[in-house]
Design a protein around this ligand. Structure first.
Ligand code: SF4
Length: 667
């Protein structure tokens, strides 16, 4: 049986990139990835002892290893990564082997079995992130900041050949990775070993010239290596992702000197000014250490001042922890933990005033937030198109259909099947019981949560459906007035015909009557409920639009074609068992009244099952009603001038490509 491996990574993006390469090495040796630790024959921990927290987490693994080894005595555990000598000794008893990363790659897994030659792992990797490819361009650092272990554990700066980097980048782009993250401990100190004229700026330019649709990002640069040439290059790079993490560490010159950072606060501020003047727009984050040995309150206040003045988009703040072997380790760790925590909190509070949400700017998490909407009348083929586009642009689909949220309502709502999804995640389907009401406010809340989850994965959300009101609630952030349902009043209003409901609303709130869908009983009743309960007209909805760019694509269909598609689909739904579906819903406790409220298929099939309609009449009414519904949808959509109407998939793809390329994101 094939042996299985499992890799645990505690560290930065560089460690993650290393783990991706280790995975390739192990797979070439014949190992297969295990989904969990429990199923593995080899557990490899790739860690970084820069932070105490990572060290603690590795210690935390020991009891688990013990249990696993009791079950599987042949299980092998290996530790690798950026480990201090001192930590290495401490970890020795917890692992079968501790290997330096360099040696791990030379170790048997990296040897070509047949030829006995060392394999070229430099451009062989197994990217773990869905849309991001981490491409290391250098390793190690020559700076020796006094608190940092990197120069000790990774050694001096060693840069990769620029040709190798370009090869790996092209390969990643070919595999459809949309963000290329160039990694290095001191990324902008890059110089190609085969052509010293190629520095970081030149390398960026070469990558920018690779044709295709992708973004370039990098981490971490050092302020002293941020040259004017680099700023100019970034300003002109079409594919630069407009995000820079520029670690400052402290806002006090004396502390910066003690940290051996090689720049002053003034120089740092000037650099930020230059960057912001030349690269527009740009998001800037920073790193800061609080409680460095000897940091007095007045010196910390200088960091506070710098934070207030610079208004960073985000900051990674850490409390100083002494790392053995570093120059700062010999200094007295004079700031008590409680004070460090206080200082950390102060900086965090400042940053939260200006910042995006933390994960929006985290390296490895897409800083690009854009939403694509696919809408159109019923039967126009939205779901199918959304799947195709999601496959092409690394997206996930969110349904914008007011009836598809309900469980058990599949055929009548044309809910996409598992097979049709083609492995593209779909959201907001089957999230509510048909016995209970599901409001547009609930829908909006769930969509906003889903959007954040999709962005965190670095993917593009595609909101797809035909319920214009739902789509508007999401993108324009219409805040629905909070008037609790009055069931008795609703039941009285239910007795009125649709026309009577509309006329009553026209009398009580003519303004709202002008904009409402006059055939939609549910909305008419809700509007009347608000007017009657509050004794005021329906308030102008408060708007809270999405803070990021939205592209709205509408599917255009000729009238005759749409009628034909509606008819074809209706007959198919009947063949597929729509009547059975309604019977099943009724059996599960959904009342006739509730079924009729859902409208269209559910209304007429419910009437047929109650013997209020003959079968042929039901089909005729349904065809007509669905056609009317499609017409109302088109009228609603036509009011929205932001919609870009497309005829086919190609048209959608062109629009999306431009939208994703565009700096501001406007279509
Ligand atoms: S530049 Fe960064 S990696 Fe290099 S020593 Fe300083 S903190 Fe460590």
């Amino acid at each position: 049986m094939q042996s299985k491996y499992f890799i645990i990574t505690y560290g930065c993006q560089m460690n993650k990139a290393d783990s991706e390469r280790i995975a390739v090495a192990l797979e070439r040796k014949g190992y297969k990835e295990a989904p969990k630790k429990d199923g593995a024959d080899l557990i490899l921990v790739n860690m970084c002892s820069v932070r105490q927290s990572a060290v603690d987490r590795v210690y935390g693994l020991f009891p688990k290893f013990k249990t696993l080894k009791n079950k599987k005595p042949k299980l092998k555990t290996i530790l690798t990564g950026c480990i201090l000598k001192k930590d290495r000794q401490k970890f020795a008893k917890g692992f079968d082997q501790i290997l330096k990363f360099k040696n791990l790659l030379k170790y048997s897994p990296t040897r070509a079995a047949a030829k006995g030659k060392e394999e070229d792992l430099s451009s062989s990797t197994k990217y773990r992130e869905k849309s991001m490819a981490f491409v290391p361009i250098s390793n190690g650092c020559n700076n020796f900041c006094s608190y940092c272990v990197v120069p000790f554990v990774r050694g001096p700066l060693v840069c990769r050949d620029h040709k190798e980097i370009i090869k790996e980048t092209k390969n990643a782009i070919k595999q459809n990775f949309k963000e290329i993250w160039l990694l290095g401990q001191n990324v902008n100190d890059y110089q190609s070993p085969t052509n010293p004229k190629i520095n970081f700026a030149k390398l960026l330019k070469m990558i920018d010239d690779i044709p295709n649709d992708f973004k370039i990002l990098f981490t971490s640069p050092h302020p002293s290596n941020f040259s004017d040439e680099l700023i100019d290059t970034l300003a002109n790079c079409e594919k630069f992702g407009k995000y820079i993490n520029l670690p400052v560490q402290s806002g006090d010159d004396k502390i910066l000197r003690k940290m051996n950072r090689n720049y002053s606060v003034k120089e740092y501020k000037n650099l930020v000014k230059k960057i912001r003047a030349k690269i527009t727009p740009v998001k800037l984050s920073t790193d800061a250490i609080v409680g460095f040995p000897g940091e007095r309150k007045s010196q910390f206040r200088n960091t506070v001042k710098l934070f207030k003045k610079n208004k960073f988009d985000w900051a990674y703040i850490s409390k100083y922890s002494p790392r053995p072997g570093t120059a700062a380790f010999k200094m007295k760790d004079s700031v008590p933990l409680i004070e460090k925590k206080k200082r950390e909190k102060i900086l965090r509070e400042i940053i939260q005033q200006y910042a995006e949400k933390p994960n929006d700017l985290k390296p490895g998490v897409s800083p690009l937030k854009k939403l694509i909407v696919i809408l159109g009348p019923t039967a126009s083929g939205k779901s199918e198109l959304a799947v195709k586009l999601a496959k092409k642009f690394n997206g996930e689909v969110i349904s914008a259909d007011s009836r598809q949220v309900y469980k058990g309502m599949d055929i009548g709502t044309g809910k996409i099947t598992k097979k049709q999804m083609q492995n593209i995640p779909h959201h907001l389907l089957d999230v509510a019981s048909p016995k209970r009401r599901f409001s547009v406010a609930q829908y909006r809340k769930l969509v906003l949560e889903t959007l954040n989850k999709i962005f965190k994965k670095g993917k593009i959300p595609i909101l797809c459906g035909g319920t214009g009101f739902y789509i508007q609630a999401v993108i324009d952030g219409i805040i629905i007035p909070e008037v609790k349902p009055d069931w008795r009043l609703r039941s009285d209003l239910e007795q009125l015909s649709t026309e009577e409901l509309f006329n009553r609303l026209k009398k009580l709130d003519p303004k709202r009557a002008k904009t409402i869908d006059k055939k939609n009983r549910r909305r008419l009743i809700r509007a009347l409920e608000i007017v009657i309960k509050t004794k005021k007209p329906v308030p102008v909805f408060k708007k809270e639009p999405l803070p990021y760019p939205v592209l709205i694509l509408g599917i255009k269909k000729e009238n005759e074609e749409l009628k034909r598609l509606i008819n074809k689909r209706l007959l198919k739904r009947l063949r597929q068992g729509m009547i059975e579906e309604v019977k099943k819903l009724r059996k599960s406790g959904v009342s006739w009244k509730r079924l009729e409220e859902f409208g269209l298929e559910y209304r007429f099939v419910a009437q047929y099952l109650q013997k209020k309609l003959k079968y042929d009449k039901m089909v005729n009414f349904l065809q007509k009603e669905i056609e009317h519904y499609a017409k109302r949808q088109i009228t609603w959509f036509k009011k929205d001038k932001r919609i870009k109407w497309i005829k086919n998939q190609k048209g959608a793809e062109i629009s999306i490509k431009n939208f994703l390329k565009n700096k501001q994101g406007s279509p």
